[in-house]
Design a binder for this molecule. Structure first.
Ligand SMILES: [Zn+2]
Length: 443
């Protein structure tokens, strides 16, 4: 009975809303206008105060000043940074939904609980699934998430499910992996090899074969250290330019030799091999990162290696990893570039990680806090810092998907006394773009 009442009321309101919306539609050029923020857009070489306008889920304009009367909703971002939505290319988000028929990977978390509140709008799962269970991952997680979830497909057919599977050379078949990647072009953006404990090169070689067949990059977690397969050979001979070495400050595979960055890493970088952070639970040490950065070996991309083990240990979240690079002396602009445009290019998603007109309106609005902060590494060692990012607001495809202090929302006493009734056309909940022209935004 109550449900029937709600449905009935919603239908009536919907009709009124549609009528009101069509009347107001023509007057508004933009769904959302973010004013006065310091825009950092590495692709377009912008680091300055700008207004950003959004329409139909896309960036519509980035100008010195955009007339607020042309927008249905205006957010004042004075004193805040406005950046492309952050891109974290190393996460594990093939979480178990409890479906006994699902083959979820080890240690994964659900993406939306960890991404949007950190300004992250796109993640790439780093090999939690292989060709045998990618479509299960897609059905259970990718298709159900607000976060844009892309994937590096594990060269192991069964995906990332522990040593029993990940050390099985017979399950590392390039052809079916490449076939699956081609079937989901744009969603599977790379091939991953990880955690291999043996001395053979087979996992890397087969991952590169699959990556070549599907024309996508390979990401390597180089597994257990073996003298038979040195890091220098990996990055100077085995990987192709554009392939990605993740966990580059772990120190577990001779990234430093006698306190100096492994000469092979410099040579690999010169060839075009990419070096990614992949902080994780066991892959970022101050005693490696500090000398490496001092010697000028910066990461091409900043990423978390988010999983149930890392998120409550040293790593925490994407912003915490970015904060660490501020503490290491990188500029705000540099840290943002390595968390937006650089990773977008690495995974060949050039429409992401920038604020070009026509690009998907994925935006992070960040506050830089100044004070005394501490940041811990994989061993629990602390480094002190004076700057820290907070995420104030996140926009994905033009919709506000996270808003810490309600800067996109009206103050409650300005609303009609009975605001928030189900289906009330004056009130649009969290989604400004859904109701362009609805009078709720104009009282
Ligand atoms: Zn990982």
């Amino acid at each position: 009975m109550f449900a029937h009442y709600l449905k009935h009321r919603f239908l009536i309101s919907g009709v009124i809303c549609a009528f009101a919306a069509s009347a107001a539609y023509a007057q508004a050029d933009y769904d959302l206008l973010i004013q006065n923020g310091h825009v950092i857009d590495a692709k377009n070489h912008i680091s300055a105060v700008r207004d950003v306008a959004i329409r139909d889920g896309k960036i519509a304009a980035v100008e010195n000043h955009i007339d607020p009367s042309k927008a249905l909703k205006t957010v004042d971002a004075k004193g805040l940074y406005v950046t492309p939505g952050l891109i974290d290319i190393h996460v594990h988000v093939y979480a178990s939904t409890g479906d006994p028929h699902s083959y979820a990977g080890d240690n994964s978390v659900f993406p939306d609980g960890f991404t949007l509140r950190n300004g992250v709008t796109t993640v790439a799962d780093a090999g939690s699934s292989g060709y045998k269970n990618f479509e299960d991952f897609k059905q259970h997680i990718i298709d159900r998430s607000k976060t844009r979830v892309l994937a590096f497909l594990n060269i192991v057919g069964a995906g990332m499910r522990g040593p029993k599977y990940e050390d099985n050379l017979a399950d590392m078949q390039p052809e079916p992996a490449a076939e699956m990647a081609k079937r989901h072009k744009g969603l599977i953006i790379g091939i991953k090899t990880a955690h291999y404990a043996g001395p053979e090169w087979t996992p890397v070689e087969n991952a590169v074969k699959a990556g070549t067949l599907a024309n996508i990059p390979v990401m390597v977690d180089f597994g257990t250290d073996h003298p038979e397969r040195p890091l220098a050979v990996l990055v100077t001979e085995k990987l192709r330019p554009g392939d990605i070495y993740t966990h580059c400050y772990s120190g577990l595979r001779h990234e430093l030799i006698d306190g100096k960055v492994n000469p092979g890493m410099w040579a690999g970088r010169k060839r075009g091999v990419i070096f990614d952070v992949g902080h994780g639970g066991g892959s970022f040490a101050w005693r490696v990162a500090v000398p490496a950065i001092k010697q000028g070996f910066l990461p091409d991309s900043i990423s978390t290696d988010l999983h149930i083990g890392s998120m409550n240990a040293g790593m925490k979240d994407m912003l915490n990893v970015m904060d660490k690079f501020l503490a290491l002396g990188l500029s705000v602009d540099d840290v943002i570039a390595r968390s937006t445009w650089n990773p977008a290019k690495e995974i060949h998603q050039d429409d992401l990680g920038n604020l070009s007109v026509g690009a998907p309106a994925d935006i992070a609005v960040l506050r830089l806090q100044h004070g005394h902060f501490g940041f811990t590494d994989m061993y629990g060692a602390r480094m002190d810092g004076t700057q820290k990012f907070d995420c104030e607001m996140t926009v994905k495809n033009g919709k506000v998907v996270y808003d810490l202090n309600g800067i996109s929302r009206p103050e409650w006493t300005t609303l009609p006394k009975d605001y928030g009734q189900v289906g009330d056309p004056r009130w649009d909940g969290l989604n400004p773009a859904r109701r362009r022209g609805a009078p709720a935004e104009q009282h």
